[in-house]
Design a protein around this ligand. Structure first.
Ligand code: AMP
Ligand code: MG
Length: 334
């Protein structure tokens, strides 16, 4: 695999059979910022604390050749979901009808949404679901917060349906695998965006007809790809990417007067003193730390009404590939 992120191969991945002991161990590991694979009703998910940006950076890293696509926050009950996102009447009706189950709702973030910016890729919206698999729900309940859980495989590999598949891909890269036996090769969750009129963002395990029956009217169709207007945009691109209002200038080797500076590592940059404000993604040049800080720092700098945000070069290896991808999108705008 190209560009696989190097990880500490000293990490020992434990495997425990699903049950009370595994649930408690998993919850403890998640609370400490670790990574735990567990079965859901679709595939094995790789879980991390949704509120812990460094943990989420490690999750992208563990999957290798990472892309910061927004992740789904998995919660145990509607109360937890409502602390994360704003539900209007239609969203509430869908949640009450179909949760727990294979329906993901994309909703506006609540005011003090605890989900890390890295998990939502800097967007103002957040994807949420209550999984139906008992093992997944028990772990989330014991942990007591939201858990992001993309499929527990290396990037580019097929989604895992057994603990052995997970172990084959991720041994030495994650802390724990909870073995709940083979999961049904289910389809992914159906994703519905609820802003004004609900939009079907991704077809999945729950049919359009079932959703429309509860809504009492048709779902809107997904937005079309601007460059290829006969094609719906691909699932990974459904979320329009985060872009600050302030123009972004990439690979800056100097700073112009009136610019905000997003720096990286200990490297020097010419006319640093011209910056109206500077934030360093990671003074020691650590890409996981930089990833964890990326969207939060962009938002903070965007509020400073600078002429532009100058971004120092970031190496293209490991998580740097995903960081640069998101920065390029931010520079292009929406
Ligand atoms: P999964 O592959 O089942 O883990 O689901 C992840 C999918 O959820 C990706 O295709 C994302 O594009 C989508 N998603 C997550 N958050 C958002 C969001 N805020 N807006 C739109 N789509 C989202
Ligand atoms: Mg996957």
């Amino acid at each position: 695999m190209r560009n696989l992120v190097t990880v500490d191969t000293g990490l020992k991945t434990h495997v425990l059979p699903a049950g009370a002991a595994a649930t408690a161990t998993a919850a403890g590991i998640l609370a400490e910022g670790g990574l735990v694979a567990f079965p859901t009703e679709t595939v094995y998910g790789l879980g991390a604390d949704a509120g812990n940006a460094p943990a989420i950076a490690r999750l992208y890293q563990a999957k290798g050749r990472p892309a910061f696509n927004p992740l789904i926050a998995h919660v145990a009950d509607l109360g937890a979901a409502r602390r994360i996102a704003l539900f209007d009447g239609q969203a509430l009706r869908l949640a009450e009808a179909f949760w727990p189950g294979p329906l993901t709702l994309v909703l506006p973030k609540a005011l003090s949404c605890p989900v890390a910016e890295l998990a939502t890729a800097g967007l103002d919206t957040v994807a949420i679901r209550i999984p139906a698999h008992k093992v997944a729900r028990d772990i989330i309940k014991a942990f007591g917060g939201a858990v992001v859980a993309p499929s527990a495989n290396l990037s580019g590999h097929v989604s895992p349906t057994t603990a052995e598949h997970v172990n084959g891909d991720l041994a030495g890269r994650i802390d724990l695998i909870v073995d709940g036996g083979p999961v049904e090769v289910g389809v992914e969750s159906t994703i519905v965006g609820c802003f004004s009129d609900p939009v079907l963002l991704r077809p999945g395990g729950l049919t359009r007809a079932e959703i429309e029956r509860v809504l009492g009217h048709p779902l809107q169709s997904p937005p079309q790809d601007a460059e290829n207007d006969s094609q719906p945009i691909a699932p990974g691109m459904l979320a329009s990417h985060y872009a600050p209002r302030t123009p972004v200038r990439l690979n800056a080797s100097d700073v112009h007067i009136g610019e905000a500076l997003l720096s990286f590592g200990p490297a020097k940059v010419a006319r640093r003193e011209c910056a109206s404000v500077e934030m360093n993604l990671s003074t020691r040049g650590d890409l996981a730390e930089a990833a964890a800080n990326l969207f939060g720092y962009l938002r903070t700098l965007d509020k400073r009404n600078a002429d532009a945000i100058a971004v120092m070069p970031i190496p293209e290896d490991g998580l740097g590939e995903a960081i640069n991808d998101r920065l390029r999108r931010a520079a292009v705008g929406r």
